[in-house]
Design a protein around this ligand. Structure first.
Ligand SMILES: Nc1nc2c(c(=O)[nH]1)N[C@H]1C(S)=C(S)[C@@H](COP(=O)(O)OP(=O)(O)OC[C@H]3O[C@@H](n4cnc5c(=O)[nH]c(N)nc54)[C@H](O)[C@@H]3O)O[C@H]1N2
Ligand SMILES: Nc1nc2c(c(=O)[nH]1)N[C@H]1C(S)=C(S)[C@@H](COP(=O)(O)OP(=O)(O)OC[C@H]3O[C@@H](n4cnc5c(=O)[nH]c(N)nc54)[C@H](O)[C@@H]3O)O[C@H]1N2
Ligand code: SF4
Ligand SMILES: [Mo]
Length: 687
């Protein structure tokens, strides 16, 4: 495909988005001129988001890194000189060898996430390299770890309603998810359901795009979702809207739960959540009376101190009502039916010491500044921690350490790359081979290179192959080609859903459906200790967690029962979810995507604004003990008073501090060691 100057070529969206769209790349004179959706994809059906329709802006952006560079200015200043790949690889491996010999390989830390979801690049050759090196390991819990854990305690595995089934629901509850921006094909499916009479309810802390599209928007205080779910359960049990036969057969702990939720009366839950008592009752009745109710559990409610419990509590609703047996009923948090052979890809056997040091990615600032055994080198790829990780000021101080050797592999000079000693240019996903699974639908896809690498850029697989070979590791393992890696990755997974998924079929068919036959009877063999849905979880009890879903107030934050008082220096809850036109921090440097978002805003309620003499359009300072940023006020009643919202992971502006994570905390969630981005309090004033 690279050689063909003109034509239309299949591709996959590489971004960290549940939809994993099938794409078509239109090439003219060797250049991609247009990106469209592939109409043949069974779920995404040719529709794609505006971000990716503008993907050529990113691929051919003048800021694309072209060659390796070495830092010549101060850390953070962004001054570099060109070097060759040979020099770069020698310098990096030389440094890694020295550090390993002097301090041990655990003084070196990889820092990566899913800037490109290709399995070979982020869960493949890279892992091999760090395993062979014996480096410290990164606990990658920045996204959905709290919710995954809460869901798994209840349901056993991250298996939920299949996308296609949701069009048969007559009630769809979107809970803490902004799917118009973050999962657009779920909106298409929900629209089909709506045409057949389904009602769409959104439960969120602000009237986001999805709430504007819904039939009913229920605003609540951040981090109070488990209380709301418990209040609904109270009403469902009280009014006989539960399914006794289902609970008997498929759950454990329903009697204990029934007793437990008695104390979550609608009036108490109303006080905690800010949701009126009659709304709680009406919502429970609507849910209990639905033929087929689907709950979409978003990421918003799990980025909290109590995020795991929020998800666990909501996951009990389809269980007590038997919704899992209804066509279109149930819930989804994330669908991990697909998997690859991790041992073949990542080669954990190459690691000599089985239990290396583990560093949590949410606490990278603290780890860089305070680890007892210092981190002396980092290799950052597919992530931009100076923008996406919490507690930016500390992260920045950590990266500024003179004695830290930092390598960043990226497409762009990100805020993080400016702190690197060596910057390496990465290919875009359209310039490399990789394998793509979806965490929502059931189709596996292959990307083959459509254009040649821009400048001297290299894919993750190439980078880590070079590094492995330069370190003198096994040439077969580090010389393995992407297609061979894919073949190995698809064999021996012991995952029945992967039956029949092969490289040959991917090449011929492009969209290979998982073997979903095991899904038919999934309720019969849930991988929980009891084999049933665990409304009461002994596992949680053993871990010192409440075995029944239980509301606890945020460590940092307020609810209706514990409102901010005069003694609180930071009386506003600060929530910073994604925006429509960026993908996490990706596209934050694209002028077109920035224009579409206009500027970084702070949405503030009229009451909160009036108290601070802030008017719409004013420049405001938002601060707490961790940091301070400058935003533009948008006065709106989209939230309950006491909550302020800033959407989008903006990079620092010219001379302007605007990274929302300057205000967020590295505290970990109640379970799964997850991020707590949205449990932060701030104060605001006019600039
Ligand atoms: N356009 C776009 N799409 C994306 C991304 C992006 O950056 N931009 N990021 C991708 C990634 S990595 C992910 S993980 C997903 C995330 O996508 P979603 O699952 O939609 O999650 P978020 O957008 O983080 O948050 C969703 C909503 O939850 C709200 N929220 C915050 N706290 C609470 C709470 O306590 N209770 C309730 N009920 N709601 C709350 C937020 O205000 C927001 O409106 O999107 C993916 N898709
Ligand atoms: N305040 C706040 N913070 C958040 C969130 C939030 O909602 N609010 N969301 C959180 C969530 S859910 C997530 S998932 C994280 C996401 O955090 P990240 O995964 O770090 O996401 P991105 O900011 O998109 O950064 C990915 C980087 O990878 C680079 N990249 C892309 N493709 C490749 C490649 O093939 N090779 C290499 N080497 N690099 C590549 C991109 O250019 C980009 O700079 O952010 C988290 N941070
Ligand atoms: S970001 Fe999501 S919706 Fe947009 S093209 Fe990619 S997979 Fe599709
Ligand atoms: Mo995420």
């Amino acid at each position: 495909m690279i050689e063909q100057e003109n034509g239309v070529f299949p591709a996959v969206c590489p971004l960290d988005c549940p939809d994993t769209c099938g794409l078509l790349l239109h090439k003219e004179n060797g250049k991609i001129t247009k990106v469209t959706g592939n109409p043949d994809h069974p779920i995404t059906k040719g529709a794609i988001c505006n971000k990716v329709r503008n993907m050529t802006e990113r691929v051919y952006h003048p800021g694309r890194l072209q060659y390796p560079m070495r830092r010549v200015g101060a850390k953070g200043e962004g001054k570099f000189e060109r070097i060759s790949w040979d020099e770069a690889i020698q310098e990096i491996t030389g440094k890694f060898k020295d550090l390993s010999a002097t301090y041990g390989p655990e003084s070196i830390l990889p820092y990566s996430f899913y800037g490109n979801m290709g399995v070979l690049g982020v869960d493949g050759m890279d892992r091999r390299f760090f395993n062979a090196l014996g480096a410290s390991m990164l606990e990658q819990t920045i996204c959905n770890a709290a919710g995954n854990t809460g869901w798994k305690y209840t349901m056993g595995a991250n298996h939920g309603t299949l996308p296609e089934d949701t069009e048969h629901a007559d009630l769809i509850v979107v809970w803490g998810g902004n799917i118009v921006s973050t999962n657009m094909h779920q909106v298409v499916l929900a629209e089909k359901a709506r045409k057949n009479g389904a009602k769409i309810v959104v439960i969120d802390v602000h009237r986001n795009r999805t709430a504007q599209w819904a039939d009913w928007f229920i605003p609540l205080y951040p981090g109070t979702d488990s209380a709301l779910a418990l209040g609904m359960m109270h009403v469902l049990f009280e009014q006989g809207l539960t399914n006794e036969a289902f609970m008997q057969k498929y759950t454990v702990g329903h009697e204990a739960l029934r007793e437990h939720v008695r104390s979550y009366t609608p009036d108490r839950v109303a006080r905690i959540t800010g949701v009126p008592e009659e709304t709680i009752v009406e919502l429970a009745q609507l849910y209990g009376g639905a033929q087929a109710a689907h709950i979409h559990i978003g990421n918003g409610l799990q980025h909290h101190d109590n995020g795991g419990m929020n998800v666990r509590s909501i996951a009990c609703l389809p269980a007590i009502t038997g919704q899992w047996l209804k066509h279109g009923g149930g819930a989804v948090r994330t669908n991990s039916y697909a998997s690859t052979n991790g041992d073949a890809l990542e080669r954990p056997d190459l690691r000599q010491h089985a239990e290396p040091r583990v560093v949590n990615m949410n606490r990278i600032g603290e780890a860089l500044l305070e680890a007892e055994q210092p981190i002396r080198a980092m290799l950052v790829y597919c992530s931009n921690p100076l923008v996406v990780a919490p507690d930016t000021e500390r992260v920045e101080r950590g990266f500024a350490r003179e004695d830290l050797f930092t390598v960043v592999h990226d497409l762009f000079m990100t805020d993080t790359a400016k702190y690197a000693d060596i910057v390496l240019p990465a290919t875009s996903s359209f310039e490399a081979t990789d394998l793509y699974l979806s965490y929502w639908h059931q189709y596996v896809q292959l990307q083959e290179p459509v254009i040649a690498p821009i400048g001297e850029s290299k894919s993750n697989v190439e980078l880590f192959s070079l590094l492995g070979q330069a370190m003198g590791y096994d040439a077969d393992i580090f010389g393995e080609k992407p297609e061979q890696m894919i073949e190995n990755a698809l064999q021996g997974t012991e995952n029945p859903y992967m039956n029949g998924v092969t490289l040959d079929r991917l090449k011929k068919e492009r969209f290979v459906k998982l073997d979903m036959s095991a899904h038919e009877s999934f309720l019969e063999h849930l991988p929980t200790p009891s084999g049933k849905i665990e409304l009461y979880s002994e596992q949680m009890e053993q871990k010192g967690l409440p075995p029944l879903p239980t509301y606890s107030a945020l460590v940092e934050g307020f609810d209706g029962e514990n409102p901010a008082g005069p003694e609180d220096a930071y009386p506003l809850m600060f929530v910073s979810p994604p925006n429509h036109n960026f993908l996490n921090s990706s596209f934050g440097n694209s002028a077109k995507h920035q224009r579409l978002e206009k500027m970084p805003l702070l949405q503030i309620h009229p009451e909160d604004a009036a108290r601070r003499e802030v008017q719409d359009g004013d420049a405001v300072v938002v601060w707490n003990e961790r940091g301070r940023i400058e935003l533009t006020a948008k006065v709106t009643d989209a939230m309950l008073p006491g909550t302020v919202i800033s959407q989008g992971l903006w990079w620092d502006g010219e001379g302007k501090k605007q990274r929302s994570n300057s205000l967020t905390s590295g505290r970990l969630s109640d379970m799964g060691n997850g991020a707590t981005f949205f449990s932060a309090t701030v104060e605001v004033k006019r600039q």
